[in-house]
Design a protein around this ligand. Structure first.
Ligand SMILES: CC(C)(COP(=O)(O)OP(=O)(O)OC[C@H]1O[C@@H](n2cnc3c(N)ncnc32)[C@H](O)[C@@H]1OP(=O)(O)O)[C@@H](O)C(=O)NCCC(=O)NCCS
Length: 151
């Protein structure tokens, strides 16, 4: 497990621009993974679960309560972007939560995150908005948009 937290944190450190304040710290990840409702996926550049001791190029973190699942985080290291890896990982997330009985998958993103292209490509639709929900590193605020996918 420690090894998987290391692999998640390595992708986290590379993938999230500190400006947006979206990255989780190691303690937040460790605490989340103690909960049985939390699931995660690791992938290497080809979309396979990385072999033991090998770095990950992408990860996703989910939470599920009964038939409702939430995508908490998804990230691909910058050098592997734009080649379909984010899509592969999100498809793996969808299959995993569906397999555990989810009927809906939710996610929340800051308004204007380019990840919206990926979410819409897989069928997510916007279902809500929280004004000024995110506080950025420079103190400014951005709306959160909630997307949902019926499974
Ligand atoms: C969002 C993210 C995971 C996408 O990973 P990726 O491997 O580049 O995504 P893919 O190559 O699978 O792209 C999937 C689709 O989204 C589109 N897309 C992805 N990023 C895009 C961008 N920045 N601008 C426009 N379109 C984009 C692709 O064109 C593709 O569409 P298509 O299948 O119709 O061609 C990656 O950019 C990332 O890690 N971002 C930083 C972390 C983050 O913001 N995560 C989301 C919030 S938790």
């Amino acid at each position: 497990m420690i090894d998987d937290i290391d692999r998640i944190m390595s992708v986290m450190a590379q993938a999230f621009d500190p400006h947006w304040g979206e990255a989780w710290n190691r303690r937040q990840i460790g605490d989340a993974l103690l909960l049985p409702a939390t699931g995660y996926i690791l992938a290497d550049a080809s979309g396979q679960w990385p072999a033991e001791g090998r770095d990950a190029a992408a990860f996703a973190l989910t939470r599920q309560t009964l038939d409702e699942a939430e995508l908490l985080l998804i990230a691909v290291v910058p050098q592997e972007r734009g080649r379909g890896l984010g899509r592969i990982v999100l498809e793996q997330v969808i299959a995993a939560v569906r397999g555990r009985g989810a009927a809906k998958l939710f996610l929340e993103m800051r308004h204007n995150n380019p990840a919206e292209h990926l979410y819409r490509a897989l069928g997510f639709v916007p279902v809500g908005r929280r004004p000024a929900y995110y506080r950025l590193a420079d103190g400014s605020r951005l709306d959160a948009v909630t997307f949902a996918l019926a499974l």
